[in-house]
Ligand binder design. Structure first.
Ligand code: ADP
Ligand code: MG
Length: 230
């Protein structure tokens, strides 16, 4: 079997004195899986994603992603790790409003040292694939929510990440745009992209996940293959 993309061993994250936000989670994600992390508000979903992204450090346990011991990285190493191996998509897009769509998408490639022309060509190709190439020279503020999220996905993919992480990617979208983004994530996974997404959106989980992991109080309460309806 191919090496896992994510391997969490007994991962715990405590903030202050309260109960742990993530409590002894062990989880393996293999290449090509699309895992939907479900659970009530406060169950530790975002914390789990942040630990995988190296945005946060576990109090205990190990986080290995694409062969990298993420829990051992310092700040610079973690930033480099994210740029090279992770694509991230957020609820509110997090695009830079004073850069054009194309420049937003190119930015992570340029920060990784890709020559400007190569980055521009790859950005153009992604924007076309994602159906937003006609907006390449526009500023994100001119786009609809669904279009902005497509641009955010293009930016997340530009460095060909081993793992795409998404935290409530349809959370701020109207029904039609939400459907667009569901379709897009599902197509990316069908093309082999490994995805972990956190969501309250059961339609999203049902349409694009190959597996659902439900958290309760920072622990895995349920871990099952997605329904055969996909
Ligand atoms: P979810 O994304 O499932 O809603 P979170 O991972 O955001 O849950 O939060 C899990 C728990 O950890 C909650 O009790 C939350 O209050 C707490 N928590 C999250 N981030 C922090 C933080 N930076 N400082 C203190 N407590 C936090
Ligand atoms: Mg959250």
């Amino acid at each position: 079997m191919s090496a896992p993309v994510i391997e969490l061993q007994q991962v715990t994250k405590r903030y202050d004195d309260g109960p742990p936000a993530v409590d002894g989670i062990t989880l393996t994600v293999r290449p090509g899986e699309a895992v939907a992390v479900l659970g009530p508000s406060g169950s530790g979903k975002s914390t789990l994603l942040n630990l995988i992204a190296g945005l946060d450090r576990p109090t205990d346990g190990s986080v290995t992603v694409d062969g990298v011991r993420v829990d051992r990285l310092g700040e610079t190493g973690a930033a480099r790790y994210r740029r090279a191996r992770i694509g991230m998509v957020f609820q509110f897009f997090n695009l830079l409003d004073d850069l054009t769509v194309a420049d937003n998408v190119m930015l992570p490639a340029q920060l990784s040292g890709m020559p400007r022309n190569a980055a521009r060509a790859r950005a153009a190709e992604l924007l076309e694939t994602l159906g937003v190439d006609r907006h390449a020279r526009a500023y994100p503020g001119r786009l609809s929510g669904g279009e902005r999220q497509r641009v955010a996905v293009a930016r997340a993919l530009i460095n060909r990440p081993a793992l795409l992480l998404a935290d409530e990617p349809t959370g701020a979208l109207d029904t039609a745009s939400g459907e667009d983004v569901r379709q897009l994530l599902s197509e990316l996974n069908e093309d082999g992209q490994t995805i972990v997404l956190v969501t309250h959106d059961l339609t999203l989980a049902a349409s694009c996940a190959t597996r659902t992991v439900s958290l309760v109080d920072g622990r895995i309460a349920q871990d099952q293959p997605a329904a055969a309806t996909r």
